[in-house]
Design a protein around this ligand. Sequence first.
Ligand SMILES: [Fe+2]
Ligand SMILES: [Fe+2]
Length: 154
Amino acid sequence: MRSLEECHAYVAHMNVEHREIHDKVGRVRETLEECLNNPGGNDRTAEFAAELEDLRGRLEHHFQEEELGGCLEEAVSHNPHLANAARTTVAEHGMLAAMLTQIIVNTSVAKANAELTETVAPEFDRFARFLANHEEAENRILQDAFGCSIEPGE
Ligand SMILES: [Fe+2]
Ligand SMILES: [Fe+2]
């Protein structure tokens, strides 16, 4: 069982993590855009693939911290009405990881910009939207439970 103080520190840490992940997703999307806008030019697909791997590593670590951190449980123990929302966010970790793995696989087999455009770009955008909604839901749970402001930028 975590103390309230520990959970406030955890929320502050998650706030920083969410902002860094959000920025990272933006940079990966920019690299993808550069790949798409430069057909026949410098192929930056390898760079995009490396960024996806880096994002996957960060997210694995982030999801583990959330699942093992003890503060989601703490939030639910004092606020049973948050149990469903907390369960949903944890279940989404596996879905998000699977989506990103599929994007990595599809990127590795994409031979031309056309394939990145048709397959990977919409997949990545779906993934990014899902991840942003997921993090927002998580923020709402923590804010509801611990009453601290965790809006990006604070
Ligand atoms: Fe999460
Ligand atoms: Fe998160």
